[in-house]
Design a protein. Structure first.
Length: 470
């Protein structure tokens, strides 16, 4: 069943005057705000009679104050509820601007434009994201006024983490180290090339992370996304003016060049045709993920690209460096559960982005398919990951301790159960996305732990190692 979100235009806190006055009438009083004749801003509470149909409000002139009639004034209604130990909720406000006329001690206000926000209609984080353009215009105007650039700043450490999305390097480190561990179990291990492989693979992912922001920004995908979360929607450093587009493009290039240098060094040290093929395919998959003309993720092929790149390519890459190009079924089979689980990270992360993605032609699977189909797809892929793992052990291709990864099944069930109620709530889904990341990370670490058990037993008790290692 196919369905594409039909939300053609994003929700916005902009209102017409009548809507603004209708909302203002729901507040017990209004705040009158204006700039007095001496240039000072003043705010005073008034009890206004609102007539939305007429586009007006009337109230008694504040005692001792002269309300200007030749410039814009505003009326504002607002509400917020403190929540001890939590913060605030039920946040909402509305402001109407217009001109006033005074007859005796009565003032008549006629609205001309309105602006408002209600947390029940638009979540706070989405509201903040929709205000980014207005903030940019403010900083641009301030920069022009001062004659020097004024822009938001973030400490170098936090900016580096946000720009590169460094914490997600586990998606690379786990399969590469797992490939090295499998090679070590088979008697092939070289420390220098193992370290170089991990570093080179990390540079590939960092290049991918930054390039993804560059190409998504160039194609308007990140700008169209007004519901980014901790796990989806890109780093937002370009959109928030923290790093320029040109700087991001240069950083992506630098990471890819460093990865290429290490790849060439590994070819020189442990060269093999298999390593060369893996490196070339890996580069194409990485850059082609969002870059034209391939744009895998825009064609609904993002999950396949991620599964290949962070599954077989990473794991086999770590393996063949150690074995000097020799291949076997064990690392390939071990890579499949890892590949499926890492693809499911992207798959779930695309759910809150689907409306923005649809607007710019980014036809991801959650854009293409219905809610039921997407949730069913998650469950099917997760089951397949665990079935492959068990089948690999039964067939003797994987060691028995690899079954430790089955301990992550409760986490996968938690994600599966959490998709249904949070599917249309990006910020409710954020906790589920966090658990989904843990499914892949913990499964990979438990696979590594299983191989560590086999390696340790092989060193201290070879006869036992033969049993658990099949």
């Amino acid at each position: 069943m196919m369905s594409v979100p039909t939300e053609a235009t994003p929700r916005t806190p902009a209102l017409d005057t009548r809507q603004g006055l209708e909302k203002l009438a729901s507040y017990p009083f209004a705040i009158l705000t204006y700039v007095d004749h001496d240039g000072y801003p003043l705010s005073v509470v008034v009890d206004a009679a609102i007539d939305p149909a007429a586009g007006s409000a009337t109230f008694a002139a504040p005692a001792g104050l002269a309300v200007p009639t030749a410039v814009d004034i505003s009326l504002t209604g607002s509400h917020i509820r403190p929540q001890p130990g939590y913060g605030y909720d039920e946040r909402r406000h509305v402001t109407i601007w217009g001109r006033a006329t005074q007859t005796g001690d009565q003032i008549t206000f006629r609205g001309t434009r309105a602006w408002g926000w209600d947390e029940a209609e638009v979540p706070f984080f989405e509201y903040s994201e929709r205000s980014v353009g207005q903030s940019k215009r403010y900083f641009d105007a301030l920069s022009a006024e001062r004659g020097t650039p004024v822009k938001p700043k973030l400490s170098f450490g936090w900016l580096a983490l946000r720009t590169t999305r460094l914490p997600f390097l586990s998606a690379t480190i786990v399969p590469v180290v797992l490939g090295i561990a499998i090679a070590a179990r088979q008697g092939s291990f070289d420390l220098l090339t193992a370290v170089l492989t991990v570093i080179g693979a990390a540079f590939v992912q960092l290049g991918l992370n930054v390039a993804n922001d560059v190409f998504d920004s160039a194609q308007g995908a990140d700008e169209a996304n007004v519901t980014p979360t901790q796990f989806s929607g890109g780093s937002r450093v370009i959109q928030h003016g923290l790093v320029s587009f040109r700087q991001m493009a240069g950083l992506a290039t630098t990471f890819y060049v460093l990865a290429g240098v290490i790849g060439l060094l590994l070819l020189g040290l442990r060269g093999s045709p298999a390593l060369l093929v893996i490196g070339v395919v890996g580069f194409v998959v990485s850059l082609g993920y969002t870059a034209p003309p391939l744009k895998f993720v825009y064609r609904g092929l993002g999950e396949i690209a991620v599964a290949i790149g962070f599954g077989p390519l990473m794991l086999l890459g770590g393996y063949v460096v150690q074995t000097r190009g020799a291949l076997s079924w064990e690392p390939f089979v071990a890579s499949l559960p890892v590949a499926l689980l890492v693809a499911l990270i992207l798959y779930v992360n695309e759910i809150p982005d689907r409306r923005g993605d649809a607007r710019v032609g980014k036809r991801t699977l959650p854009v293409r398919f219905s809610k039921a189909a997407v949730i069913g797809g998650y469950r099917g892929a997760a089951i397949a990951a665990y079935v492959i793992l068990v089948a690999g052990v039964i067939a003797g291709l994987l060691p028995i301790p690899a079954l430790l990864a089955l301990l992550t099944i409760p986490l996968a069930l938690q994600v599966s159960r959490g998709l249904e109620p949070n599917y249309d709530n990006p910020y409710g889904l954020m906790a589920i996305m966090g658990v989904n990341v843990k499914v892949h990370l913990y499964a990979g670490l438990l696979l590594l732990a299983g191989y560590a058990v086999v390696l340790i037993l092989g060193a201290v008790a070879p006869s036992v190692s033969l049993f658990v290692g099949r």
